[in-house]
Design a protein around this ligand. Structure first.
Ligand code: PMP
Length: 376
């Protein structure tokens, strides 16, 4: 098996899996229970919270709410700010290439009476700071822009974007760092709220968090027993949260080493793909090496993905999150690459668990499949 779909999800690490078993067995009590076992579970939970805050170097300025993943974190950040601060202004800004868990929440806010701006991106998929600057005004209460795009690996200049947002005192800056965590360094202290999932960094599915400045109040989206400071009611997944802390810690400590491993594979793949006349690369040259997106000029991407899958090679054609809907990439369309390219793209996404030998097998199989696949 060759698994090149790590932007969709990663394999949980051994360290995470064994920690989950240990914590689930030893500290299974409800972390809200007042007895000694409950207090022990709560202690583990608070240690996990502090560990993540300290890995981000944000113990003094930010707080953390454990959630089920980036989708929930994006929902809480956007709806939570809009509902809480709606009297300050009605304008909210995002980009045209955000993940559906941001874009569709903005669409909902638009139905609820907010004025929404969907910023265009340039041909590399980046939000240009001057474009954000032009859209900002004193009624803007929220800007949400992703760190790294999940389809193309495009990296946004978060520092410059944050600088612009902070010139407007009523506006909060939210960043979806789901594909960026463990991959690039970001100026976290300049970001008001950020979201991520554990399963993209060899943690567990159903785990994630939202970090936000201590002075921010969010209108809670889950109302109940007031867990997680009242921002997200419901019994906390203590073992999952500890696994999240472990995954974040490993991702942070191994960032450089992992990057070096993935860079070698990515450079090999990019060069080899460029040699095939049927392929055109969509990811900009300065994208994260973890994600490589390209289109087929004459073949159908879905047919090739399926043929690779038959060979035990797993890649993605159009982001897994919306592959059941319209198979045209709105991200590639927004980059101005045209409908043909946007309907026939493939995404390879790597992890440090991949090896160069796998990349070589992949290229050989892909070239072979392209040759025997009829034109669309
Ligand atoms: N944001 C981005 C950029 C993503 O890539 C994903 C996962 N594809 C999400 C948010 C949502 O993550 P989850 O499905 O874990 O909630």
């Amino acid at each position: 098996m060759i698994y090149f779909d790590n932007a969709a999800t990663t394999k949980p690490s051994e360290a995470v899996l064994s920690l989950f078993q240990r914590y689930s067995e030893s500290f299974f009590a409800n972390s809200s229970s007042r007895h000694a076992l409950g207090r022990e579970a709560n202690k583990c939970l608070e240690e996990a919270r502090n560990s993540i805050l300290s890995d981000f170097r944000l113990t003094k300025t930010h707080k953390l709410v454990f959630l089920s993943g980036a989708t929930e974190a994006n929902n809480l950040a956007i709806k939570g700010i809009c509902e809480q601060y709606k009297n300050r202004g009605k304008k909210i800004i995002t980009s045209a290439v955000e993940h559906p868990s941001v874009l569709n929440v903005f669409r909902r806010m638009e139905q609820n009476g907010f004025e929404v701006v969907y910023l265009p991106v340039n041909e590399e998929g980046k939000v240009e700071p001057c474009v954000l600057e032009e859209a900002m005004d004193k009624n803007t209460i929220l800007v949400s822009i992703m760190g790294i795009n999940n389809e193309t690996g495009t990296i946004n200049d978060i520092h410059s974007l944050a600088n612009i947002v902070h010139r407007f005192p009523k506006a909060f800056f939210h960043v979806d760092i789901t594909q960026a965590i463990g991959k690039i360094s970001l100026p976290y202290e300049e970001i008001d709220l950020f979201s991520f999932s554990g399963h993209k960094i060899h943690g567990l599915k159903g785990t994630g968090a939202l970090l936000f400045r201590k002075n921010i109040t969010l209108s809670p989206q889950n109302i109940g027993g007031d867990q997680e400071f009242g921002f997200r009611s419901g019994t906390v997944d203590m073992a999952g949260s500890c696994c999240l802390a472990q995954a974040v810690h490993l991702a942070k400590n191994n960032r450089q080493k992992n990057l070096e491993t993935v860079q070698i594979l990515s450079s090999y793949l990019r060069e080899a793909l460029k040699e095939n006349k049927e392929i055109v690369i969509n990811s900009p040259s300065d994208a994260t090496p973890y994600i490589l997106n390209f289109s087929f000029l004459h073949k159908k991407a879905s047919v090739i993905t399926e043929a690779l899958s038959h060979e035990g090679i797993y890649v993605s054609s159009v982001s897994a999150c919306h592959s059941k809907g319209e198979p045209v990439s709105y991200v590639l369309l927004a980059m101005g690459l045209g409908k043909e390219r946007a309907s026939n793209s493939m995404r390879i996404s790597l992890s440090s668990m991949n090896e160069l030998e796998e990349a070589k097998i992949f290229i050989a199989k892909l070239n072979d499949i392209i040759e025997r696949t009829i034109d669309r």
